[in-house]
Design a protein around this ligand. Structure first.
Ligand code: IMP
Ligand code: MG
Length: 394
């Protein structure tokens, strides 16, 4: 487990119900030292229950894991377990049970196998930005192994999109800076204009869309070409939502003694570290995010409320907390519609799938991969690019 993940399983807002369920499912076999013979059978049964649930034939899974989301493809859990165990030999261990991260890896593998079984299935791979494509607050580095792997996807007619909270309205240059290493790699490898057009950025969760052109820069896609009525509604209802969010952030900053300041943008409000502060504590940011989520939900649900039911995303960004109007679920759905792609033809890769994260909403929009940082993104993209590399270009 990477050190940044060490606290994952501790607090309830950091837990994942399906992963906890799989850990619980494997625990007795591990304790009785029969994981070697039982794990594949257990995963086979889970695979079947998920498939029955996916096809609407059985609601058992919903009863076992009430917060379970949508499955857009079957999961190849047995295949994933066998490959992962052959490599890491969990079943040969006697003292350390399968961990949260190991189950997360197995679920990722099961999804990659399912999504690439027919390599022509996959048409769009979306990525979160911070802590997924690059380090938190960093930029895409030119020597990143991801450059060549993402280029393979674009050359094989897949769309690649960055779906990020980072909102720089009307400012493509800011995204060009952050994705500079990738754009430079694309120029160096002389991608055609058509290939460049397959790289998009959706910023502010779901609010601003940019497309790469043949000059290796980003151009804003005119709102009327892609914005849906739900997003226009987000914009018009933004002010009262952000007023409540801002007031709550200011109050919590004082109450919890957080060395931060509050920033207001057109479609977002954030709590960010003061320049003189060393760091912000995860627990404090989690408290802020959960409180803002509850406050906004309560205010919106109140009878005769002045605050409209506008989709929003309040999340802990690691060293800041933000409330954005819109969310990545809407972002992914809109992008799929714009490109004419079905949810099962898409995968979203991100690092924030807990209740205080901003990738969690994508689980209802398409299959997802939960990674812990850019290095792991490199590994999953390597697998995906290998699967699509040898397919004949349509
Ligand atoms: P993501 O991980 O790519 O979704 O980016 C999240 C990070 O983007 C946050 O933690 C912030 O540091 C940064 N950010 C910059 N502008 C905004 C904004 O308007 N809303 C939310 N996050 C923002
Ligand atoms: Mg992130």
């Amino acid at each position: 487990m990477a050190s940044s993940e060490a606290g994952f399983a501790i607090a309830s807002q950091q837990r994942d119900a399906l992963i906890e369920f799989v850990k619980m499912m494997l625990a007795p076999a591990f304790a009785l030292e029969v994981l070697d013979e039982r794990a594949a059978i257990l995963f086979e049964r889970l695979e079947a229950i998920i498939e029955e649930y996916r096809l609407g034939q059985n609601t058992k899974l919903k009863k076992l894991v009430p917060t379970i989301g949508t499955f857009y493809t079957p999961l190849q859990l047995v295949h994933a377990w066998k490959d992962y165990d052959a490599y890491v030999r969990i079943s040969k261990r006697g003292l350390v049970a399968p961990s949260f991260s190991e189950i997360r890896h197995i679920l990722n593998l099961a999804q990659i196998y399912a999504s690439t079984e027919d390599p022509n299935n996959l048409r769009l791979v979306t990525f979160d930005g911070d802590k997924t494509l690059y380090e938190d607050g960093g930029n895409f580095l030119p020597d990143s192994k991801l450059v060549d792997r993402l280029i393979i996807l674009m050359r094989k007619k897949l769309y690649v999109a960055v779906v990020t909270a980072a909102g720089y309205k009307g400012n493509p240059t800011r995204y060009e800076e952050r994705l500079g290493g990738l754009l430079r790699g694309m120029r160096k490898r002389e991608l055609t204009e058509e290939e460049c057009n397959r790289l998009l950025v959706l910023g502010g969760e779901s609010n601003f869309l940019f497309q790469c052109n043949g000059d290796f820069t980003f151009e804003e896609v005119a709102p009327e070409r892609w914005l849906t009525p739900a997003q226009t509604w987000c914009e018009t209802g933004a002010t009262p939502v952000l007023d409540v969010a801002e007031e709550t952030l200011l109050k919590l900053k004082e109450e919890l003694n957080i060395p931060a300041r509050v920033i207001r943008k057109e479609l977002a409000v954030g709590l960010v570290k003061r320049p003189d502060a060393k760091r912000l504590e995860r627990e404090q940011l989690d408290e802020v995010v959960l409180t803002v989520q509850n406050t906004l939900n309560d205010v919106m649900a109140a009878p005769n409320s002045d605050v409209p039911m506008v989709p929003f995303c309040a999340f802990n960004g690691g060293q800041d907390a933000w409330v954005d109007v819109g969310n990545k679920y809407i972002g992914l759905r809109t992008l799929q519609d714009f490109l004419g792609i079905e949810p099962k033809q898409c995968i979203h890769v991100g690092d924030q799938f807990t209740a205080v994260g901003n990738d969690i909403s994508t689980r209802d929009a398409c299959p997802t991969l939960w990674i812990s940082g850019p290095e792991e993104t490199g590994r999953v993209v390597k697998m995906i690019s290998r699967a699509v590399r040898d397919m004949p270009t349509l």
